[in-house]
Design a protein around this ligand. Sequence first.
Ligand SMILES: [Zn+2]
Length: 60
Amino acid sequence: MMDRVMIDCRKYPSDNNCQVTIAGTHDEVLEIAAWHDVTAHGHVDGPELRAMIEKDIVAA
Ligand SMILES: [Zn+2]
């Protein structure tokens, strides 16, 4: 069984007061968080965004 991890958008200030939490395997969380940051927060997907996301991933 793969370790489950999560990322919690509530920890990070955002203009839309985002309440989203994403949980799953590391790769799932990374993919979905990148998509979420692009669609909900106007970020640009790429190595920099993914490095930032990876730093925010914690054990679930
Ligand atoms: Zn968010």
